[in-house]
Design a binder for this molecule. Structure first.
Ligand code: ATP
Ligand code: MG
Length: 302
């Protein structure tokens, strides 16, 4: 692993401690949850009483502790799928189970991280992280857990700083710590590193691997970056539309070989990268084929 990794804790250490010593866990300790999507569809109201189908027939079983990356062109419904998994939206068809029971509105077993850190500017880093603590957490337990998470994401020296006093990458780390404060069995990340510069982004990818090891959780990661997906995920699904059919479904599913951290230059990953880029409608020179070009398309010189 690269030297950018910070504060690697032994596997399960954070979770074990949070459950036994602090008692702040609102769910089974050590549990990363299975997420099962069964025939999910989502329609939104269109113009003049019509409906727009965004997702259709999505069936997917994400095993406990798995890191699943979700790829797809802009507007294909990635965020919509993630929102459904967190109970931030409801499906038009099908069902989603977490650990065997239906997703509840704003399901407390999940935590969501977004592209922007969404920190409260008038609160310190520590206070922002504390916002993620489950309701009913005692002051002492909360303070201990916040300190632990801030250390995990390498921000101990900045705990008292306000968001404007830290860099974008640091703010994103604080946002990740806030999501982890919920002790989520399922972590839902919507392009969490999308607004960061390339180097910070690589560091954040390493950090996510560390965090995943220290506090086992199932991760659903939406990203536009094929290399990020190949580096972080156990499995990648690519959402896409079939010609003449409304709504995205799973167009490709790829199990990524090899243990993390993976050799970014391996021939095996290069082959998968080519396949996924082709699925996104992009050839090896970064040219979009047959798809609308948007600013959200990958911009790397592949
Ligand atoms: N609440 C809503 N009401 C109506 N339409 C919506 C709503 N939420 C999403 N949509 C539509 O669903 C489609 C998919 O949106 P979504 O945000 O899931 O795409 P995405 O794949 O995450 O795109 P991007 O990569 O640009 O973030 C878009 O056309 C969007 O306008
Ligand atoms: Mg989105």
């Amino acid at each position: 692993m690269s030297s950018s990794r910070v504060n690697t804790a032994p596997q399960g250490a954070l979770r074990a401690e949070s459950a036994s010593a602090s008692g702040v866990s609102s769910r089974r300790a050590d549990a990363a949850y299975r997420v099962s999507f069964a025939d999910i569809g989502r329609d939104f109201p269109g113009e003049r009483g019509s409906t727009r189908r965004i997702l259709r027939n999505i069936s997917l079983d994400v095993r406990p502790g798995e890191v699943l990356a979700i790829l797809g062109t802009s507007g294909c419904g990635k965020s919509t799928l993630l929102r459904l998994a967190g109970g931030l939206d409801s499906a038009t068809a099908g069902s989603i189970l977490i650990d065997g029971s239906p997703v509840a509105p704003f399901d407390a077993r999940t935590a969501v991280g977004f592209q922007e850190p969404r920190l409260l500017p008038w609160r310190s880093v520590a206070e922002n992280v504390a916002l993620g603590l489950p309701r009913g957490t005692s002051k002492a337990d909360g303070a201990a857990r916040v300190a632990q998470l801030i250390e995990l994401v390498g921000l101990s020296a900045f705990a008292g700083h306000r968001p404007r006093e830290i860099s974008g990458g640091m703010a994103q780390r604080a946002s990740l710590a806030r999501a982890l404060a919920r002790n989520p069995g399922v972590l839902l990340l919507d392009e969490p590193f999308g607004a960061l510069d390339a180097l910070t982004r690589l560091k954040m990818q390493d950090l996510l691997l560390d965090v995943h090891q220290a506090a086992p959780t199932t991760v659903l990661l939406v990203t536009h970056d094929v290399d990020e997906a190949l580096q972080l995920a156990d499995r990648i699904i690519l959402l896409g539309r079939e010609e003449g059919v409304e709504g995205s479904s799973i167009a490709q599913e790829v199990v990524v070989p090899g243990r993390r951290p993976r050799d970014r230059g391996s021939a095996e990953l290069a082959e998968l990268r080519g396949r996924l880029l082709a699925g996104l409608g992009i050839d090896r020179h970064g040219e979009a084929r047959g798809v609308e070009k948007t600013t959200a398309m990958p911009t790397f010189p592949y």
